[in-house]
Design a protein around this ligand. Structure first.
Ligand code: NAP
Length: 249
């Protein structure tokens, strides 16, 4: 059972399936009100049904996360309704093209960066005052091990570069909030989990050999709780450990 998140307001991006859906359900079961963002309205409605059946509450935000003006409006709407945001889970992501760097179309590159990086910056920009207004604001960004092991994954260039950029963004936000606010910012590496994205990335793999988003979700709920204290660090699910970043010598 997760730590209590009773009464907390949580925005989860990419909540329509995979890791985001499992995290949204886990946070809702722990008592949080979920603001669920993704493009697929039907899947969000199914999530809403499941959250209600578990006794929880959700507000659906069907939108493309590349609609940055909508992210600004979302900040305004959260302010109007709650005056604060307790939890941001920046999970929505795309794999992008798996192909040599020289073969990638500029629009494909831009789309991957728009979803995996710029949208998370626009969320920080829109929601930072609301996270600071919470007595224990928590921001969690879902990265990938490939941010640190790009040399093992030729052809995954946009994804690897975007996740490395996402981590630098999250670490910058952690540094900006660490000493002067209660906001805590974590990066999570899920490792290989049984989702649509993983099946796209590794079509030959037997998904039944992988752990599931539901296995990871309780840990993310723990990181979202007021009791969590680390910031600017990486939680690595495969090792179940919190890792610090160190500067090159
Ligand atoms: P997934 O099953 O493909 O789910 C991706 C989610 O992101 C969906 O809810 C999707 O919703 C949303 N999304 C994508 N583009 C969007 C857009 N333009 N606007 C709004 N929402 C958008 O992938 P997943 O495996 O759960 O991945 C979740 C996160 O974990 C990603 O950041 C991924 O990079 C990371 N990750 C996953 C693994 C793994 O093994 N699964 C490993 C390492 C890291 P709609 O399509 O409904 O919009």
């Amino acid at each position: 059972m997760s730590a209590s998140l009773q009464g907390r307001i949580a925005l989860v991006t990419g909540a329509s399936r995979g890791i985001g859906r499992a995290v949204a359900l886990e946070l809702a079961r722990a008592g949080a009100h979920i603001i669920a963002l993704a493009r697929t309205q039907g899947a969000l409605e199914e999530l809403d049904d499941e959250i209600r059946a578990a006794g929880g509450q959700a507000t659906l935000t069907p939108c493309d996360i590349k609609d940055f003006d909508a992210l600004d409006r979302l900040g305004g709407a959260i302010f109007q309704r709650w005056g604060k945001l307790d939890i941001l889970v920046g999970n929505a992501g795309v794999l992008g093209p798996v192909t040599p760097l020289g073969h990638i179309e500029p629009k494909q590159w831009d789309d991957v960066f728009a979803v995996n990086v710029t949208a998370n910056w626009r969320l920080i920009r829109s929601l930072d005052p609301l996270l600071r207004a919470s007595e224990a604001g928590r921001a969690v960004f879902i990265s990938s091990g490939v941010a640190h092991t790009a040399e093992t994954r030729p052809y995954w260039g946009p994804y690897a570069a975007s996740k490395a950029a996402l981590e630098a963004l999250a670490r910058t936000y952690a540094a900006e909030t660490k000493n002067i606010t209660p906001v805590r910012v974590m990066i999570v590496n899920p490792g290989p989990l049984r989702t649509k994205m993983r099946a796209l990335a590794m079509p030959g793999e037997n998904p039944l050999t992988l752990r599931t988003p539901e296995d990871l979700a309780p840990k993310i709920a723990e990181i979202c709780a007021p009791e969590w204290t680390s910031t600017g660090k990486l939680y690595d699910f495969p090792q179940d450990s919190v890792l610090s970043f160190s500067a090159p010598a």
